[in-house]
Design a protein around this ligand. Structure first.
Ligand code: NIG
Ligand code: FE
Length: 425
C-alpha cells in the first residue's frame, strides 16, 4: 500500500477540536464548549488523526519518528468546515437580477416572471457536461480555499430526467476528482419547470418515476416545500416514495412562508429541515420532540435584504440541534464561504462564535450523516483541518470579509497552502 506521509503539526496556539459529539449533535450549552487545547498538536497517519493533544505531550511521544513537521507558529486551527446545504452545480449566474432586486423587485416577483430559479434552469439545461464540470469545480475550489472540506450538493436546476442526470454525473465526476468529500442530493422538486406550469401534479408524478433512476447517484432526496414551490401533499408524496427507495430525506421549508412544512418534516422523520426563517414558536416546541436537525442559512435573508432570520438563539435555548450552512446558489446566496456565514450567524442571529463554529463543523457533519468521519479533530477521525492566520477563534467572525485560511488539510493531505493548490501525490 502506498502510505501517506506522517504529519506532525505543532505549536497550534488554539486548537479548536469540537470533540465529543460524534454520536449526537451538540445542543444547548454544549454548543459553547468547542474543546480548545492551548498550544496543541496533532499527529496524522494514513489520512487519520492518530493523536491529538498538547505540543508538549505529543512532541515527547513522536520526536524521534520520521515525520513531516509543520510549525503552526501559534495560529488557530479548526476542523474543516462541513457545508451541509449547497446548490453548487449550475450554469450562468444572476448578477442582472441582483441589480433588479436592489432597485426594488422582489425575489418571488422575478421568479413569477420566469426569471430566478427558472433562468438558472434554462442556463443549466443548455450548458455542456464538460463546461458544467469546469465551472462547478471552480466554485468548489473557492469553497475549499475558504476552509470547507466536506459539502453537500443538490441537483434542481435541470428538472427533466436528462438534465438532472447530467448534474448528478457532474457531482459524481467531482466526487472522484475533487479533494473535498461531496454528498449528492436529488432536488428535482426545486420548482415546477415551465413545461409543467399548468399541471404541477403531473410533474410530481414524473419526479416519483425519476426517483428509481437517480437512486444510484444520490444519498438524499429533498423538496422545496414553500410558497411558490411545492405544497405539503406534493412534498409528502415525493419524500415518501424516496424513503421507500432508500433515500435519506431533507426538506427546504419556511424560507418564505409557513405552509406546514415543519410538521411534515417531523412526521417523515427527515434528517434535516433547512431554512426555517419563518418558523413559529409552536413548531420550535414540536421540533424538540423530534431528532430533526435545523439547518440555518443566514446568507439567504442577508442577500435577499430581508429581516427574517431563523430564531437561532430560541432554537438553541429549546435544545434544538442547530446547523449552519451556506446554501451556495446563484439566486439567494452566491457566497460559498462558511467564514462569512459564521459572521452573519453572530451579527444577525446573535449566536456566539463558539456556537457558530459548532454549527458549521460537527453539527454540519450530523446533517450529512457523517459525524463518525468528519466535523471534529479527534483521534480516529478523518484528518480534515484548517489553519487560520488568527490567534483566537473570536477573531474569525470579527475580522469579517476576508479569507483567514492559510492551510487546508483534507484526509491527511495538504491541499492548499498560502492560496496555492498543492500537487497531491
Ligand atoms: O435554497 N429555496 C430554494 N432554492 C434556493 C434558491 C435557488 C435559486 O434562487 O436559484 C434556496 O434559497
Ligand atoms: Fe437551498
Amino acid at each position: 500500500m502506498n502510505r501517506l506521509p506522517q504529519i506532525f503539526i505543532q505549536n497550534i496556539g488554539q486548537l479548536v477540536t469540537v470533540a465529543g459529539a460524534s454520536q449526537r449533535p451538540k445542543t444547548s450549552r454544549e454548543m459553547d464548549d468547542i474543546g480548545i487545547i492551548r498550544n496543541g498538536a496533532v499527529f496524522i497517519q494514513d489520512g487519520i488523526f492518530r493523536d491529538v493533544g498538547t505540543t508538549k505531550r505529543l512532541r515527547e511521544k513522536y520526536h524521534n519518528k520520521n515525520l513531516k513537521i509543520i510549525d503552526a507558529a501559534g495560529k488557530l486551527a479548526l476542523p474543516g468546515f462541513v457545508d451541509s446545504h449547497t446548490h453548487t452545480v449550475f450554469g450562468g449566474d444572476r448578477a442582472e437580477e441582483f441589480v433588479q432586486r436592489i432597485q426594488g423587485e422582489t425575489y418571488l416577483e422575478i421568479l413569477k416572471k420566469g426569471g430566478g430559479i427558472l433562468k438558472t434552469v434554462h442556463d443549466t439545461r443548455k450548458i455542456k457536461f464538460q463546461k458544467l464540470v469546469e465551472v462547478s469545480r471552480q466554485h468548489l475550489d473557492t469553497m475549499l480555499f475558504h476552509g470547507t472540506t466536506t459539502a453537500e450538493i443538490k441537483t434542481g436546476y435541470g428538472l427533466d430526467i436528462n438534465s438532472e442526470l447530467k448534474i448528478l454525473n457532474v457531482i459524481h465526476h467531482l466526487q472522484k476528482t475533487h479533494p473535498m468529500d461531496l454528498v449528492a442530493t436529488f432536488l428535482g422538486a426545486h420548482v415546477v419547470p415551465p413545461e409543467y406550469q399548468y399541471d404541477p401534479d403531473a410533474y410530481v408524478e414524473l419526479l416519483c418515476n425519476m426517483l428509481p433512476r437517480v437512486k444510484t447517484y444520490a444519498t438524499f432526496c429533498d423538496t422545496f416545500c414553500d410558497e411558490g414551490a411545492f405544497g405539503i401533499k406534493q412534498s409528502e408524496k415525493i419524500l415518501k416514495k424516496a424513503e421507500s427507495l432508500g433515500f435519506k430525506l431533507k426538506i427546504h421549508t419556511n424560507e418564505f412562508k409557513d405552509i406546514g412544512g415543519v410538521s411534515l418534516a417531523i412526521r417523515l422523520r427527515v434528517l434535516s429541515a433547512d431554512h426555517l426563517d419563518n418558523i413559529k414558536q409552536r413548531d420550535i416546541v414540536k421540533l424538540k420532540e423530534s431528532d430533526v436537525l435545523c439547518v440555518l442559512l443566514p446568507g439567504v435573508p442577508f442577500f435577499l435584504m430581508r429581516d427574517t432570520y431563523a430564531p437561532a438563539l430560541r432554537m438553541i435555548e429549546h435544545g434544538l440541534p442547530v446547523v449552519l450552512a451556506t446554501d451556495f446558489n446563484p439566486g439567494t446566496c452566491p457566497c460559498g464561504s462558511m467564514q462569512m456565514i459564521i459572521t452573519l450567524a453572530c451579527l444577525k442571529m446573535g449566536m456566539t462564535p463558539a456556537q457558530a463554529i459548532c454549527a458549521a463543523t460537527i453539527n454540519g457533519a450530523h446533517a450529512l450523516g457523517m459525524a463518525n468521519q468528519v466535523g471534529s479533530i479527534e483521534t480516529g477521525k478523518q484528518a480534515d483541518m484548517i489553519i487560520l492566520d488568527l490567534v483566537d477563534y473570536n477573531q474569525l467572525p470579527y475580522y469579517f470579509g476576508r479569507n483567514h485560511v492559510v492551510m487546508t488539510i483534507k484526509h491527511g493531505k495538504i491541499v492548499m497552502e498560502n492560496n496555492q493548490f498543492m500537487a497531491v501525490s
